[in-house]
Design a protein around this ligand. Structure first.
Ligand code: KG4
Ligand code: ZN
Length: 342
């Protein structure tokens, strides 16, 4: 296998298939996005009210080759310029992960270049560096997605500590479950975000669980409160429920992110994961950073939700630090992020 030194000219093809987006991207030097193609399966799953793993795997199989081909064409480089091929190896849906991992390993073998297996959560942390490579460490990242809600201290590349996490539902999961209950469809986060514009966020005083206790989160009680409130008040305006729910989630996320940044003396606060696309969270997050005099960084919405540029960028750092991933590494639906003790 050809193993060139990893530098600013190294081109990585990243592939992401952990859930319901089929994505491929070429990134040079870990930060220069040459192309980023994301094909969403949202329409396929919407009629079922959530992601159906079997349908996701089949759709990835159909989409993977055209999406990779488009990423190469849009980058305007010859495929022989690709120095390494990376894919998300977990966490995610096993059938979905296997499609991207198999494609990446096959291309790496065919092109005689290294394969790099990437942790999806680490990639969400790196998304911010793609848009601002000069971000100063240590940083606190609030990672809020459909499967995870975590506060992570990042001290260096690959050097993370877990400061707090959800003890039950992830924030995105709460958005999706409440939206489904309110009949707002799937995916729930963007639907609640939109309808909340027309509602009064102070209409219903939903609980802010564990607001003043530590850095862990809990959202399942809030979800139950929403259900109970709507059952007891069937005529309540859906927009008011959505806006009040969204405000309760955002209040807790922002309060804990601020506390975490203060506790570790962070130079900046970064948002990551799909819920980071939420309009109210983005606004309140930046206001809090300004009030506390620390740097706040919001990746663009496209970079917050699942994409392959973040996979390719993370792979560049992994390749430079650890070298290629052995080809016998398996996709792991429960892959954890390695945290150093604080
Ligand atoms: O990171 P992501 O794309 O996939 C996972 O790795 O989970 O996150 C998807 C989650 C879903 O729960 C979706 O409802 C939520 O992000 N989301 C939002 C918004 N856009 C996406 N939640 C709140 N407001 C949004 N605008
Ligand atoms: Zn994700």
């Amino acid at each position: 296998m050809t193993l060139r030194p990893v530098d600013e000219t190294t081109v990585v093809l990243g592939i992401e298939t952990s859930c319901d987006e089929t994505a491929a991207s070429l990134v040079m030097g870990g930060e220069d996005v040459l192309s980023s193609v994301v094909s969403s399966q949202v329409d396929l799953h919407a009629q079922y009210g959530g992601v159906v793993p079997e349908i996701a795997s089949r759709a990835h199989l159909e989409l993977i080759n055209p999406v990779i081909a488009r990423a190469i064409v849009e980058a305007g480089v010859d495929e022989r310029r690709v120095d390494a091929v990376a894919a998300t190896i977990g966490p995610g849906l096993i059938g979905a992960l296997l499609v991207g991992v198999s494609a990446a390993k096959a291309l790496a073998l065919a092109w005689d270049v290294p394969f790099v297996g990437v942790n999806h959560l680490e990639a969400h942390l790196y998304a911010a560096f793609l848009e601002d490579p000069a971000l100063e460490l240590p940083l606190v990242v609030l990672l809020v997605s459909g499967g995870h809600t975590m506060l992570i201290e990042m001290r260096g590349h690959g050097d993370f500590s877990l400061l707090g996490r959800t003890i039950d539902d992830a924030a995105g999961e709460a958005f999706d479950k409440v939206a489904r209950f309110l009949g707002l469809g799937y995916p729930g986060g963007p639907a609640i975000d939109r309808i909340s514009d027309e509602g009064d966020p102070t209409a219903i005083a939903f609980p802010r669980a564990m607001l003043n206790e530590g850095l862990d989160f809990s959202f399942s009680g809030l979800k139950t409160s929403v259900l109970n409130h709507v059952r007891a008040n069937p005529d309540v305006a859906t927009a008011d429920v959505a806006a009040s729910f969204q405000m309760a989630v955002v209040d807790v996320l922002v309060a804990k992110a601020r506390r975490a940044a203060k506790e570790v003396g962070a130079k900046g606060l970064v948002l990551g994961g799909g819920v980071a696309a939420n309009s109210l969270l983005r606004e309140r997050f930046l206001d809090a950073c300004t009030a506390d005099g620390i740097r706040g960084f919001l990746p663009s919405r496209a970079m917050c939700t699942d994409n392959a540029a973040m996979i390719a960028a993370t792979a560049w750092h992994r390749l430079a630090a650890d070298g290629p991933t052995p080809l016998d590494v398996a996709a792991n639906p429960n892959l954890k992020l390695q945290f150093a003790p604080r």
